[in-house]
Design a protein around this ligand. Sequence first.
Ligand SMILES: C[S@@+](CC[C@H](N)C(=O)[O-])C[C@H]1O[C@@H](n2cnc3c(N)ncnc32)[C@H](O)[C@@H]1O
Length: 386
Amino acid sequence: MEVIPEINTFVDLIQKSVEEGTFVKLTLSKVTERELGLKNVYIRLIELKGTAHLSFQSRYDTRDEVKNHTVNDALDILRLWLGERFLNADLLSTTGDHTLLFNRKRRVRLLHKKASTQVVPPRIHDRDKQRTIKSEGNHYLQALGITNTEGKVVKSGQRKFKQINKYIEIVNNYIQDTFSKKTLNVLDVGSGKGYLTFALYDYLKNTLNKSPQIAGIELRQNLVDFTNALARECKFEGLQFVAKDINDFEVKDLDVLIALHACDIATDIAIAKGIQSKAELIIVAPCCHKQIRKAMQPKSELTPVLEHGILLERQAELITDGIRALLLEAHGYKTKVFEFISTEHTSKNLMIVGTKDRVNPDALQQIDAIKSAYGIESHYLETLMQ
Ligand SMILES: C[S@@+](CC[C@H](N)C(=O)[O-])C[C@H]1O[C@@H](n2cnc3c(N)ncnc32)[C@H](O)[C@@H]1O
């Protein structure tokens, strides 16, 4: 096999950054065999049984797959893949950004730039991330009824604890991908008792070493009084809760918008606020789907099927969230829709993630076609965005 010196130099740079503790992340893209549905591979440094490993997260159209390799094995794999499976590789380290680039004729260039980040992410393994929010020593978890005085998760708090950790794990992946800056402005819509809001603040501040400014917006004054008092008790200075309808809340300078099970159209309002304030990252897990359910008048062969309440319900869910994703795409976001946790923990387990990208020029037309097939006059989010 022909030895390409640029590949060796690039792999040496990876090895050096791992050894010197300057490695931030490595992304492989421009996949040569797209038919497998593979989009890119995101590689991070983790600690497994006390030794450094490189964790390869392969992102397919509909799923992610994670494989961990010792550093030496990973470097061997990369030598085989670079220029063969992937035509682009970006290495970020705190000493410099390096790009290995092949054209279709496999002509190679190795480019070096000033480091775009000085933050080395923590070496957390997925399994540890389940325990990223530690049950012990977190006063807010006890105050929220998830743990007891010994820091053990109580029976009734187990599902919520699992949900919080899963949510944090997902948010963390996107945050590490999207933001290298230290200060992050986050809005949590329909924050309720603040389970997620507290956990996210704790994780951003104490694990990722960021300076989070998080606002939880919640209709119910009693919950806001409770969560604000708890934030003060925990000395979570960048965390505050506001008693307001999200509709009346003015949003500025937003990086991340989250909404976990905000009721019905509150999710639409949240997404609209996120888009309007140009948030880089929008993560919502919708709740009920009443607006579209009521608006749907299917005029197709599906009509008799949808006379069954449960099927109408599921179809309404599909249409509501499908159009939400398309509207995000129409406004310059790349979207991913997936189940964020198994249904045994919550039946409301669908998640829509939007990351700033480019506009999907066909999205609005596709929405019109769906609306016309289902006799829907308008989707609430669409109305908000007009
Ligand atoms: C199902 S709870 C979810 C709470 C929290 N996000 C969680 O997952 O634990 C939904 C919350 O959204 C709040 N909410 C609903 N509509 C809202 C609106 N328009 N503005 C602000 N909060 C709203 C409700 O009061 C409720 O507390």
